[in-house]
Design a protein around this ligand. Sequence first.
Ligand code: ADP
Ligand code: MG
Length: 706
Amino acid sequence: MNKEVLDGLFRPKSVAVVGASAQPGKIGYTVIKNLIEAQYIGKIYPINPKADEIKEILGLKVYPTVTDVPGPIDAAVITVPAKIVPQAAEECGKKKVKGLIVITSGFSEVGEKDLEQQVVDIAHSYGMRVLGPNIVGTLSNSDRLNASFAPFLPLAGKASLVSQSGALLIAIDAATFTRRVGFDKLISIGNMSDVSIADTIEWLNEDENTSCVTLYIEGLKDGRRFIDVCKKATKPIIALKAGVSAHGAAAAASHTGSLAGAVKVYGAAFQQAGVLQATDLDNLFDLTLSLSLQPPMRGENLLIITNGGGVGVLATDAAERYNVPLKFAPADLQAEMRQYMPDYGSPKNPVDMTGMAGNEWYQGTTQLALKHPWVDGIVVLYCETAITNPLEIAQSIYKAVQDSGVKDKPVTVSFVGGERSAEAMRWLVEHGIPAYGAPDVAVNAISALREYAHVKEFANEDIEICQNDHRDAAIEIINAARADGRDSLTEIEAKQIFALYGLPVTQTYLAKSEEEAVSLARKIGYPVVMKIVSPDILHKSDAGGVKVNLKDDHAVREAYTTIMNNAKSYKPDANIHGIVVQEMAPWGTEVILGSVNDPTFGPTMMFGLGGIFVEVLKDVTFRVAPVTTKQAIRMLDEIRGAPILAGVRGEKPRDRQALAETVCKYSNMILDLADEISESDANPVLVYEEGKGAKVVDARIILKNK
Ligand code: ADP
Ligand code: MG
């Protein structure tokens, strides 16, 4: 990142508006008006070739070109028609402008990719960066900069927004006032011809006026760089991802392909990147408020303080739902809190001070709780009562936080009531304490602070890249299949590649005759499994192409004939390579491992409960490769069926460590062969008791089109 250039783009000290207009309603007029009305602290230079005629716009002298401007120009807002943007860029380059804010549309979004690239190339030849094109512009409260056609600066605050939708940015701008969530910068990112979301996050992470980054994402261009930048960021990042339905619908040749929707892959990538994912627009605002104002919650002990049993129960339910379940407060804290409640109150957790609670009790309890080492975070709830004044309660909570001197534990608040409560909550937010209209939302907001502490821990784990020098051998197998005109590997070929990368596959050999099958079966040792090998038969069992538990020569001979006949009647023109004979793996828990090559994030790993119902149960989870053994363990814990691996109903726990190592190796394989493999899966992998490992009994690899 060239910080100085991006500073010029996001915090310019002077702005030229190229395509300035004296005509109200034109964007070239609106931008100037907005800059003036926001009381921009820098210089504004309207640029129009007819400067001689126009002379002034809104009292500012107009220049015919940027090169006529006497002083330096940091950023040029470009509003001229698309066709002449390259020429405008050229002139800005000569003037040594740092960045171009290209509002103009009519580029790659309508198929004009070359024109867009031309602008970027010109900009780069002069060392400039391009924001956009096809954007609303960029806004910064701390610089009083509204270099956009959004009507005004947002409510001031510490969050900064990067939005891929211009319309949504304008709507959020207005909504900051009604929702009381403040922002410092609003950055419209548009077509991302040059400056990407990742670049912007990297810059915002260094921006002294930003404490948290809020993203509205439709589609990333460079998923892996996004993950890297977010991992390194020291500020919370919250993302709302739109458009999660289309991708998964594409016809898929593997189980994994059909299960990997954009939702899941983005979700996995966000988690790995340490980015919190907002569920909807409301949630985006709610989390932005808490993450921009409060510290992360570093432990799991949440305390809820309330004057009403009902909201306390609602909050308790929410705590469970959002993964911060309540535990009873320690005895010493309970005893101390007793002084701020009647006999029939409860100091356990939720701490119910009852409807008798007034200012002193709120202040006393909150302060005790904050100072107690057991407590990691607090949600303070209040129901409007006849005997209390909401604003005074708010002030008591604030005072407790101030007087405690504790700065590393988060507090969120919910007041339930009418206009007086709403006013009290506005006061709290202005004083840095996030307040919400419903108890579950206050709990959700603090749970996000807990999750943030969590994801950051994970995101900073080192990755282990398993070394291997078998790539050449794998490529040879792949090239042979390609030479054969195939875009997928047979089970035996896929298993050979799996084996090269250290995956525990069943011993598998190809037989071309009954005699050969018998001698291979003897070599492997009975019982054996036999399966059809044909690039035209994807699901072997469907074709009657799998026979298991064959115990002797006779069974092998019989199976050979049956499988051949079944395959021929299933698909008369199938190209049959032969029949594989393989060791019969003992029974184990069936899981699936698989991969897709995601268009945004590249090789991505899947794990789930396997077997024939995998597409029905959809109990799977994803990670962008490579996956460490530790991360793999978390994948195992994440699925709904996790208890099955942990051992249920008297069954011994499964060998989760061996399985996690297999996931790690698999993920390294798909990374190493990213140019070759499009999708793959191992379904099933049989997992045995602890210490007894796992076995891949079926393997499938689909190649990339070349
Ligand atoms: P497909 O998925 O193409 O129908 P599989 O190779 O997965 O074929 O075989 C179908 C089922 O047979 C597997 O789900 C597994 O239960 C069983 N099976 C296959 N190979 C073996 C083996 N080597 N050892 C034990 N069971 C096997
Ligand atoms: Mg299978």
